[in-house]
Design a protein around this ligand. Structure first.
Ligand code: AVW
Length: 301
């Protein structure tokens, strides 16, 4: 898959001008970008990388997965790809997962990445084959053309049957349905609606979790070091989540400002006041987060 020369010829000078005159260029929201250039070699290459380097025991036909992906997306208008359209592709890449390692998140993507990198026991959707292959890519087809649309794709939120959204919805559902043992959910206490029924976690994954497979849902609510401290295990939308879990028969724990997550934030961008607390606590062997709004934990059976 190549980008037509004409688009490249146009894109390179435009990009250069925009880089030089960045403040004067109109904002280019990600949604206005088209399909990621070189999507085929990227996706197929990631697939080979996954089955050769990351999990060499897996036997998948990367070319067949790509063909199923094209079947789902091409020759369709860019708001007309359903989760069902991806079923053949998902059937070509079944994957099971060890229990106790599932990490879900909402509005904490950056922190989740560092957390998963440090606490290496955790596996996220992006560690599954499908998540690894399509992470950070954009794609859409065109109704009256057999290729991808490299000039523009609608925003994820523009339509329910968006090709990117539908793939992640199905991937998220499969991931949640597989979840077992103790699972972890990372929520952002510095936003209103840390738990939202409209998010992928709240609309797809939560409903996909099976109380008979999941022993404990361990929720971690983490705020930015300097706040705002809007939600916690006992405040805001997180309480709604706990109620839903309770009513569905899940056992859960909820922790505010987990120590590892706070220290991670200190490492990433030390803010003198709050990070000094972390450092002192570690050196003293005291609980570094013993102040009133951190480190609290509750649980229910
Ligand atoms: P959110 P959700 N590549 O923070 O609960 C590019 O409200 O909705 O969390 N962009 C991405 C990707 C990706 N791989 N993943 C997410 N985004 C963007 C799947 C996208 O714009 C995981 F298993 C999306 O709307 C989590 O448990 C936003 O980040 C759960 O679903 C995330 O919105 C996170 O979804």
């Amino acid at each position: 898959m190549t980008v037509p020369k004409t688009s490249l010829a146009f894109a390179i000078p435009t990009l250069t001008i925009c880089l030089v005159l960045l403040p004067l260029c109109p904002g280019q929201p990600r949604a206005q970008l088209g399909t990621t250039p070189n999507i085929k070699p990227i996706v197929v290459g990631r697939c080979y990388s996954y089955i050769s380097l990351i999990n060499p025991r897996l036997r998948y036909d990367c070319e067949a997965i790509w063909r199923q992906f094209e079947e789902a997306v091409l020759r369709q208008s860019s708001c007309n790809v359903t989760v069902e359209d991806y079923h053949h592709m998902f059937n070509a890449m079944p994957q099971s997962w060890p229990c106790d390692r599932f990490l879900f998140w909402s509005k904490t993507r950056t922190l989740m990445h560092s957390y998963a990198a440090v606490v290496r026991d955790f596996w996220t959707l992006e560690d599954t084959l499908v998540g690894y292959m399509f992470n950070d890519l954009i794609w859409c087809g065109q109704e009256d053309d057999s290729g991808f649309d490299f000039s523009s794709c609608p925003e994820w939120s523009a339509c329910r049957n968006h090709p990117v959204y539908s793939l992640w919805r199905q991937a998220s559902q499969n991931f949640a349905e597989m979840a077992c043992g103790n699972i972890t959910v990372l929520l952002n206490g510095s936003t209103v609606n840390a738990f939202s029924r409209k998010s992928m976690f709240g609309s797809v994954e939560l409903d996909g979790l099976n109380p008979e497979r999941v022993d404990y849902v361990n929720i971690k609510v983490v705020t930015n070091l300097e706040g705002p401290h809007l939600e916690s295990c006992s405040q805001g939308s997180v309480v709604d989540l706990l109620q839903i879990l309770q009513s569905r028969g899940f056992r859960w724990t909820c922790t505010d400002n987990d120590q590892t997550l706070m220290i991670l934030q200190c490492i990433q961008g030390p803010k003198p006041s709050s990070c000094r607390t972390c450092g002192n606590g570690l050196l003293d062997g005291k609980d570094p987060l013993s102040n009133e709004d951190s480190g609290g934990s509750v649980e229910a059976e």
